[in-house]
Design a protein around this ligand. Structure first.
Ligand SMILES: *Cc1c(COP(=O)(O)O)cnc(C)c1O
Length: 337
Protein backbone atom coordinates (compact mmCIF):
# COMPACT_ATOMS: atom_id res chain seq x y z
CA UNK A 1 0.00 0.00 0.00
CA UNK A 2 1.24 3.47 -0.93
CA UNK A 3 -0.52 5.97 1.30
CA UNK A 4 -0.37 9.63 0.22
CA UNK A 5 -3.54 10.71 2.04
CA UNK A 6 -1.61 12.47 4.79
CA UNK A 7 1.73 12.64 6.61
CA UNK A 8 -0.11 11.36 9.70
CA UNK A 9 -0.09 7.76 8.43
CA UNK A 10 3.52 6.99 9.39
CA UNK A 11 4.40 4.19 11.84
CA UNK A 12 7.11 4.52 14.48
CA UNK A 13 10.51 3.28 13.28
CA UNK A 14 12.46 0.67 15.29
CA UNK A 15 14.62 3.46 16.77
CA UNK A 16 11.57 5.40 17.87
CA UNK A 17 9.94 2.29 19.33
CA UNK A 18 13.13 1.52 21.26
CA UNK A 19 13.06 5.04 22.73
CA UNK A 20 9.41 4.52 23.73
CA UNK A 21 10.02 1.10 25.32
CA UNK A 22 12.86 2.39 27.44
CA UNK A 23 11.24 5.69 28.52
CA UNK A 24 11.11 6.56 32.23
CA UNK A 25 7.54 7.50 33.08
CA UNK A 26 5.37 8.82 35.90
CA UNK A 27 1.95 10.41 36.32
CA UNK A 28 2.06 13.57 34.21
CA UNK A 29 -1.06 15.09 35.80
CA UNK A 30 1.07 15.17 39.00
CA UNK A 31 3.93 16.54 36.82
CA UNK A 32 5.83 13.35 37.71
CA UNK A 33 6.66 12.12 34.23
CA UNK A 34 10.34 12.86 33.58
CA UNK A 35 10.08 12.18 29.84
CA UNK A 36 7.13 14.54 29.33
CA UNK A 37 8.98 17.17 31.36
CA UNK A 38 12.09 16.63 29.23
CA UNK A 39 10.12 16.98 25.99
CA UNK A 40 8.42 20.17 27.17
CA UNK A 41 11.77 21.66 28.28
CA UNK A 42 13.48 20.65 25.07
CA UNK A 43 10.79 22.22 22.87
CA UNK A 44 10.67 25.43 24.91
CA UNK A 45 14.47 25.80 24.64
CA UNK A 46 14.42 25.04 20.92
CA UNK A 47 11.98 27.89 20.31
CA UNK A 48 13.50 30.21 22.89
CA UNK A 49 10.14 30.33 24.68
CA UNK A 50 9.48 30.00 28.40
CA UNK A 51 7.38 26.85 28.52
CA UNK A 52 5.59 24.12 26.59
CA UNK A 53 2.66 21.78 27.16
CA UNK A 54 2.35 18.26 25.71
CA UNK A 55 -1.14 17.51 24.36
CA UNK A 56 -2.76 14.59 22.52
CA UNK A 57 -3.48 16.50 19.29
CA UNK A 58 -2.93 19.68 17.33
CA UNK A 59 -6.63 20.39 17.44
CA UNK A 60 -6.37 20.45 21.22
CA UNK A 61 -3.30 22.73 21.27
CA UNK A 62 -5.04 25.18 18.90
CA UNK A 63 -8.28 25.07 20.88
CA UNK A 64 -6.48 25.62 24.17
CA UNK A 65 -4.53 28.57 22.74
CA UNK A 66 -7.70 30.26 21.48
CA UNK A 67 -9.39 29.64 24.81
CA UNK A 68 -6.56 31.17 26.83
CA UNK A 69 -6.17 34.21 24.56
CA UNK A 70 -9.86 35.16 24.37
CA UNK A 71 -13.08 35.71 26.31
CA UNK A 72 -16.49 34.63 24.96
CA UNK A 73 -17.68 37.18 22.42
CA UNK A 74 -14.19 38.28 21.38
CA UNK A 75 -13.25 38.06 17.72
CA UNK A 76 -10.49 35.99 16.12
CA UNK A 77 -8.98 36.95 12.75
CA UNK A 78 -7.88 34.05 10.53
CA UNK A 79 -7.93 32.84 6.92
CA UNK A 80 -11.21 31.39 5.70
CA UNK A 81 -9.47 28.04 5.03
CA UNK A 82 -7.47 27.93 8.26
CA UNK A 83 -7.49 24.61 10.10
CA UNK A 84 -8.79 26.30 13.28
CA UNK A 85 -11.90 27.45 11.42
CA UNK A 86 -12.35 24.92 8.63
CA UNK A 87 -11.23 21.62 10.17
CA UNK A 88 -11.79 21.72 13.92
CA UNK A 89 -15.50 21.01 14.01
CA UNK A 90 -16.47 24.56 14.90
CA UNK A 91 -14.40 24.11 18.05
CA UNK A 92 -13.46 27.72 18.66
CA UNK A 93 -17.07 28.86 18.51
CA UNK A 94 -18.16 25.96 20.71
CA UNK A 95 -15.30 25.77 23.23
CA UNK A 96 -14.52 29.46 23.52
CA UNK A 97 -17.68 31.20 22.27
CA UNK A 98 -15.70 33.48 19.99
CA UNK A 99 -16.71 35.29 16.85
CA UNK A 100 -14.54 34.84 13.76
CA UNK A 101 -13.41 37.30 11.06
CA UNK A 102 -12.42 35.33 7.98
CA UNK A 103 -9.86 36.75 5.55
CA UNK A 104 -9.16 35.90 1.93
CA UNK A 105 -5.58 35.48 0.76
CA UNK A 106 -3.58 33.58 -1.84
CA UNK A 107 -2.82 29.97 -0.91
CA UNK A 108 -4.29 30.56 2.52
CA UNK A 109 -1.74 33.19 3.54
CA UNK A 110 -2.96 36.45 5.07
CA UNK A 111 -1.36 39.89 4.87
CA UNK A 112 -0.74 42.50 7.55
CA UNK A 113 -2.72 45.15 5.64
CA UNK A 114 -5.71 42.81 5.56
CA UNK A 115 -5.41 42.11 9.28
CA UNK A 116 -5.24 45.85 10.00
CA UNK A 117 -8.33 46.51 7.85
CA UNK A 118 -10.34 43.91 9.80
CA UNK A 119 -9.71 45.00 13.38
CA UNK A 120 -12.95 46.25 14.88
CA UNK A 121 -13.12 49.82 16.18
CA UNK A 122 -13.80 50.38 19.89
CA UNK A 123 -17.57 50.52 19.46
CA UNK A 124 -20.16 48.71 21.63
CA UNK A 125 -21.81 47.33 18.51
CA UNK A 126 -18.73 45.37 17.51
CA UNK A 127 -17.03 42.32 19.02
CA UNK A 128 -13.62 43.01 20.54
CA UNK A 129 -10.85 41.85 18.19
CA UNK A 130 -8.44 39.91 20.38
CA UNK A 131 -6.46 37.34 18.46
CA UNK A 132 -4.86 36.80 15.05
CA UNK A 133 -4.16 33.24 13.92
CA UNK A 134 -1.85 32.17 11.08
CA UNK A 135 -1.04 28.71 9.76
CA UNK A 136 2.46 27.78 8.53
CA UNK A 137 2.73 25.71 6.41
CA UNK A 138 -0.79 26.30 5.13
CA UNK A 139 -2.51 22.97 4.59
CA UNK A 140 -5.26 24.07 2.22
CA UNK A 141 -2.82 26.37 0.48
CA UNK A 142 -0.85 23.34 -0.76
CA UNK A 143 1.74 23.51 2.03
CA UNK A 144 2.61 27.15 1.30
CA UNK A 145 5.06 28.96 3.61
CA UNK A 146 4.85 32.53 4.87
CA UNK A 147 7.71 34.82 3.89
CA UNK A 148 9.18 35.70 7.31
CA UNK A 149 8.89 39.46 6.59
CA UNK A 150 5.12 39.07 6.19
CA UNK A 151 4.94 37.60 9.69
CA UNK A 152 7.02 40.47 11.09
CA UNK A 153 4.51 42.88 9.55
CA UNK A 154 1.58 40.97 11.06
CA UNK A 155 3.37 41.06 14.43
CA UNK A 156 3.74 44.83 14.14
CA UNK A 157 0.00 45.23 13.47
CA UNK A 158 -0.75 43.06 16.51
CA UNK A 159 1.59 45.12 18.70
CA UNK A 160 0.05 48.39 17.53
CA UNK A 161 -3.46 47.11 18.30
CA UNK A 162 -2.89 45.06 21.44
CA UNK A 163 -3.70 41.74 19.74
CA UNK A 164 -2.34 38.29 20.54
CA UNK A 165 -0.77 36.25 17.73
CA UNK A 166 -1.08 32.45 17.55
CA UNK A 167 0.72 30.18 15.10
CA UNK A 168 -0.79 26.87 14.00
CA UNK A 169 2.52 25.26 13.17
CA UNK A 170 1.27 21.71 12.69
CA UNK A 171 3.84 21.55 9.87
CA UNK A 172 6.11 24.37 11.00
CA UNK A 173 9.23 22.20 10.65
CA UNK A 174 8.47 21.76 6.97
CA UNK A 175 8.39 25.55 6.66
CA UNK A 176 11.66 25.91 8.57
CA UNK A 177 13.43 23.42 6.32
CA UNK A 178 11.98 24.98 3.16
CA UNK A 179 12.72 28.62 4.05
CA UNK A 180 15.91 28.34 6.09
CA UNK A 181 14.35 29.88 9.21
CA UNK A 182 14.81 28.62 12.78
CA UNK A 183 12.42 27.75 15.61
CA UNK A 184 13.81 30.74 17.54
CA UNK A 185 12.81 33.08 14.68
CA UNK A 186 9.23 32.00 15.30
CA UNK A 187 9.47 31.86 19.09
CA UNK A 188 10.52 35.52 18.98
CA UNK A 189 7.36 36.82 17.31
CA UNK A 190 4.44 34.64 18.43
CA UNK A 191 2.55 34.69 21.71
CA UNK A 192 1.78 31.00 21.25
CA UNK A 193 2.83 28.25 18.87
CA UNK A 194 1.32 24.84 18.24
CA UNK A 195 3.50 22.16 16.65
CA UNK A 196 2.56 18.58 15.75
CA UNK A 197 4.91 15.69 16.37
CA UNK A 198 2.63 13.25 14.56
CA UNK A 199 2.75 14.80 11.08
CA UNK A 200 6.03 14.99 9.15
CA UNK A 201 8.07 14.23 12.26
CA UNK A 202 6.68 10.71 12.43
CA UNK A 203 5.61 10.33 16.08
CA UNK A 204 2.44 8.27 16.65
CA UNK A 205 0.68 10.84 18.87
CA UNK A 206 1.23 14.30 20.24
CA UNK A 207 1.47 18.04 19.82
CA UNK A 208 3.08 20.81 21.85
CA UNK A 209 1.76 24.23 22.78
CA UNK A 210 4.42 26.84 23.49
CA UNK A 211 4.24 30.25 25.12
CA UNK A 212 5.31 32.19 28.17
CA UNK A 213 4.98 30.65 31.63
CA UNK A 214 1.76 32.47 32.53
CA UNK A 215 0.18 31.37 29.24
CA UNK A 216 1.25 27.74 29.67
CA UNK A 217 0.01 27.63 33.29
CA UNK A 218 -3.41 28.71 32.04
CA UNK A 219 -3.17 26.28 29.11
CA UNK A 220 -2.50 23.41 31.54
CA UNK A 221 -5.78 24.17 33.32
CA UNK A 222 -7.69 24.25 30.02
CA UNK A 223 -6.08 20.98 28.91
CA UNK A 224 -7.46 19.38 32.09
CA UNK A 225 -10.94 20.80 31.43
CA UNK A 226 -10.89 19.37 27.90
CA UNK A 227 -9.90 15.94 29.25
CA UNK A 228 -6.40 16.13 27.86
CA UNK A 229 -4.48 15.42 31.07
CA UNK A 230 -2.61 12.19 30.43
CA UNK A 231 -0.91 9.87 32.92
CA UNK A 232 2.19 7.84 31.88
CA UNK A 233 2.42 9.91 28.72
CA UNK A 234 6.21 9.65 28.74
CA UNK A 235 5.97 6.68 26.39
CA UNK A 236 4.50 9.08 23.82
CA UNK A 237 6.77 11.97 24.78
CA UNK A 238 9.78 9.70 24.16
CA UNK A 239 8.61 9.33 20.56
CA UNK A 240 8.36 13.12 20.38
CA UNK A 241 11.91 13.62 21.66
CA UNK A 242 13.16 11.04 19.17
CA UNK A 243 11.25 12.82 16.38
CA UNK A 244 12.80 16.21 17.22
CA UNK A 245 16.27 14.65 17.37
CA UNK A 246 16.09 12.58 14.19
CA UNK A 247 13.32 13.59 11.83
CA UNK A 248 13.64 17.31 11.11
CA UNK A 249 16.51 17.52 8.60
CA UNK A 250 15.16 14.65 6.54
CA UNK A 251 11.95 16.59 5.74
CA UNK A 252 13.81 17.96 2.73
CA UNK A 253 13.52 14.46 1.21
CA UNK A 254 9.73 14.64 1.46
CA UNK A 255 9.77 18.06 -0.21
CA UNK A 256 11.90 16.77 -3.10
CA UNK A 257 9.56 13.85 -3.68
CA UNK A 258 6.50 16.14 -3.67
CA UNK A 259 8.22 18.49 -6.13
CA UNK A 260 9.11 15.55 -8.37
CA UNK A 261 5.51 14.32 -8.41
CA UNK A 262 4.39 17.90 -9.09
CA UNK A 263 6.49 17.90 -12.28
CA UNK A 264 5.07 14.55 -13.36
CA UNK A 265 1.54 15.89 -12.87
CA UNK A 266 2.24 19.18 -14.65
CA UNK A 267 3.11 17.20 -17.77
CA UNK A 268 0.05 14.93 -17.51
CA UNK A 269 -2.80 15.64 -19.94
CA UNK A 270 -5.52 15.02 -17.34
CA UNK A 271 -4.17 17.68 -14.95
CA UNK A 272 -5.60 21.19 -15.16
CA UNK A 273 -3.28 22.87 -12.65
CA UNK A 274 -0.87 22.15 -9.81
CA UNK A 275 -0.48 24.49 -6.82
CA UNK A 276 3.16 25.54 -6.37
CA UNK A 277 4.93 22.82 -4.35
CA UNK A 278 6.94 24.38 -1.51
CA UNK A 279 6.90 21.57 1.03
CA UNK A 280 5.40 18.07 1.30
CA UNK A 281 1.84 18.83 0.17
CA UNK A 282 0.82 18.59 -3.45
CA UNK A 283 -2.65 19.81 -4.46
CA UNK A 284 -3.75 19.56 -8.08
CA UNK A 285 -6.95 19.85 -10.08
CA UNK A 286 -8.10 17.54 -12.84
CA UNK A 287 -9.51 18.34 -16.26
CA UNK A 288 -13.00 17.00 -17.00
CA UNK A 289 -11.44 13.73 -18.17
CA UNK A 290 -11.88 12.32 -14.64
CA UNK A 291 -13.78 13.43 -11.56
CA UNK A 292 -11.65 13.37 -8.42
CA UNK A 293 -13.63 10.34 -7.23
CA UNK A 294 -12.88 8.41 -10.42
CA UNK A 295 -9.24 9.41 -10.32
CA UNK A 296 -8.79 8.39 -6.68
CA UNK A 297 -10.64 5.11 -7.33
CA UNK A 298 -8.27 4.39 -10.22
CA UNK A 299 -5.29 5.05 -7.92
CA UNK A 300 -6.82 2.78 -5.30
CA UNK A 301 -6.96 -0.06 -7.85
CA UNK A 302 -3.17 0.30 -7.99
CA UNK A 303 -2.97 0.28 -4.19
CA UNK A 304 -2.21 4.02 -4.06
CA UNK A 305 -4.26 6.23 -1.74
CA UNK A 306 -4.90 9.98 -1.98
CA UNK A 307 -7.34 12.51 -0.54
CA UNK A 308 -9.80 14.84 -2.24
CA UNK A 309 -9.79 18.49 -1.17
CA UNK A 310 -12.81 19.61 -3.20
CA UNK A 311 -14.42 19.27 -6.63
CA UNK A 312 -11.76 18.06 -9.14
CA UNK A 313 -9.06 18.60 -6.49
CA UNK A 314 -6.70 15.88 -5.23
CA UNK A 315 -4.05 16.04 -2.50
CA UNK A 316 -0.87 13.98 -2.13
CA UNK A 317 1.20 14.33 1.04
CA UNK A 318 4.71 12.86 1.13
CA UNK A 319 6.21 11.55 4.37
CA UNK A 320 8.71 9.37 6.23
CA UNK A 321 7.15 6.08 5.06
CA UNK A 322 6.97 7.10 1.38
CA UNK A 323 10.12 5.61 -0.13
CA UNK A 324 12.03 6.23 -3.40
CA UNK A 325 10.71 2.90 -4.66
CA UNK A 326 7.13 4.00 -3.97
CA UNK A 327 7.80 7.29 -5.73
CA UNK A 328 8.85 5.34 -8.82
CA UNK A 329 5.74 3.22 -8.64
CA UNK A 330 3.43 6.27 -8.30
CA UNK A 331 5.10 7.94 -11.29
CA UNK A 332 4.62 4.77 -13.34
CA UNK A 333 0.92 4.61 -12.47
CA UNK A 334 0.34 8.34 -13.08
CA UNK A 335 1.81 7.96 -16.56
CA UNK A 336 -0.64 5.18 -17.50
CA UNK A 337 -3.84 7.25 -17.02
C1 LIG B 1 -3.24 18.21 11.32
C2 LIG B 1 -3.37 19.65 11.59
C3 LIG B 1 -3.69 20.14 12.86
C4 LIG B 1 -3.94 19.26 14.05
O1 LIG B 1 -4.60 18.11 13.79
P1 LIG B 1 -4.74 16.89 14.81
O2 LIG B 1 -5.16 15.82 13.90
O3 LIG B 1 -5.78 17.31 15.79
O4 LIG B 1 -3.44 16.65 15.48
C5 LIG B 1 -3.74 21.50 13.04
N1 LIG B 1 -3.48 22.35 12.02
C6 LIG B 1 -3.14 21.92 10.81
C7 LIG B 1 -2.82 22.90 9.74
C8 LIG B 1 -3.08 20.57 10.53
O5 LIG B 1 -2.76 20.16 9.31
Amino acid sequence: MIDLRSDTVTRPTPGMLEAMFTAKVGDDVFRDDPTVNALEDKAAKLFGMEAALFCPSGTMTNQIAINVHTHPGDEVICHKYSHVYFYEGGGMMRNSGVSVRLLEGDQGLIKASDVAANINPDDVHRPVTKLVEVENTMNKGGGACYPYVDLLEIRAVCDANNLQLHLDGARLFNALVATGTTPADFGAIFDSISICLSKGLGAPVGSLLLGNQVFVNKARRVRKVLGGGMRQAGYLAAAGIYALDHNIDRLIEDHKKAQYLGKVLESSPYVESVLPVETNILIFTLTDRYTEKEFIAALNKNDIYAASTGPQAVRFVTHLDFTEEMLGRVEEVLRTF
